[in-house]
Design a protein around this ligand. Structure first.
Ligand code: NCD
Length: 310
């Protein structure tokens, strides 16, 4: 299968068969890694540069490990917020990096659309590691792979995405992906954290956890993204936890075998109860991290196949 895209900027442009092919390849990598394998040559001789203009722990580490396992030369650039106007900084940086002839650029940026803009200025493949509140495609793909492994399918599931939808690129990418696969999607949260117009996206909107979680197969919790909030969106964390924080009592309204997901970083006692997050019978949070490496390997492998052809 050839991946017809030059970049991975979002889930929106991907066709369902492309998503399935990427997940199948990631599944192969995941199985091999569970078997103990740690090295491949798919990216041998290629240069991967990670540019994170926003803090990240797991995503940056995951992309770095994925590149190294595939044999790439991986470089991490510590990008600090600059006082220069954002557009200028970004394009200058892009041109500078481009001159170093990387093959893969992994970019995280606080501004929605910044990664797309950068991709237009460089000659190599660009992977979006999260841009503002726009998209975070590898997160949605690793969530999908985790769901498929746990539920045996990626369609006709009831998925409740709960919490701070308004500021979440994870929610947006997941809505695209799970929507393309024909699932029943619910957004659950206070009205202040659900974007106006969400009801017209073909999803159900619930403002209480009881109706939102009813008969759900998958419960996906999101962090309150305070760094993207302009003012206060919730009265207090205590009040928020009381109404929207996931605990065993609220989860009991979902299906008996419902899985609990969270992209991390978690705020225990704010959006999720710590004990539930650690409950290996319900929570798949660690498997999400594990699948993250496999999905990023698959994405970088597919985006560089044309360099290996012939
Ligand atoms: C998410 C992100 O950065 O968008 N985290 C991640 O990539 N694992 C979600 C978040 O920051 O809450």
């Amino acid at each position: 299968m050839t991946f017809r895209h030059r970049h991975l900027l979002g889930i929106a442009p991907l066709a369902p068969p492309e998503i399935v092919a990427l997940l199948d390849l990631a599944q192969d990598y995941a199985d091999a890694m569970r078997g103990g394998r740690k090295h491949w040559d798919a990216l041998h001789g290629l240069t991967q540069i990670n540019m994170f203009f926003e803090n990240s722990t797991r995503t940056q580490a995951s992309f770095e490990i994925a590149g190294k396992r595939l044999g790439a030369d991986v470089m991490n650039m510590a990008m600090q917020a600059s006082s220069v106007s954002k557009g200028e900084t970004l394009i200058d940086t892009a041109l500078t990096l481009n001159a170093m002839r990387p093959d893969l650029l992994v970019v995280r940026h606080p501004a929605s659309g910044a990664v797309d803009l950068l991709a237009q200025k460089v000659d190599c493949a660009v992977l979006n590691a999260g841009d503002g509140r726009h998209e975070h495609p590898t997160q949605a793909l690793l969530d999908a792979l985790t769901i498929r492994r746990k539920k045996g399918r990626l369609h006709r599931l009831t998925v409740a995405i709960c919490g701070d939808i308004a500021h979440s690129r994870v929610a947006r990418s997941n809505l695209h992906l799970l929507g393309k696969m024909e699932n029943r999607l619910r957004l659950v949260g206070p009205p202040t954290l659900i974007p106006a117009g969400a009801a017209e996206w073909g999803v159900e909107v619930c403002h209480d956890m009881e109706s939102g979680l009813r008969d759900a197969d998958v419960v996906m919790m999101l962090r309150l993204q305070r760094e993207r909030m302009d003012g206060a969106f919730v009265p207090s964390e205590r009040e928020y936890y009381h109404r929207y924080g996931l605990d065993a009592a609220k989860l009991s309204g979902a299906k008996a075998d419902a899985i609990v997901m969270h992209p991390g970083p978690m705020n225990r006692g704010v959006e999720i109860d710590g004990t539930l997050a650690d409950d290996i019978n319900r929570s798949v949070i660690q498997e999400q991290v594990e699948m993250g490496v496999a999905v990023r390997m698959a994405a970088m492998d597919l985006l560089t196949r044309h360099l290996r052809a012939g």
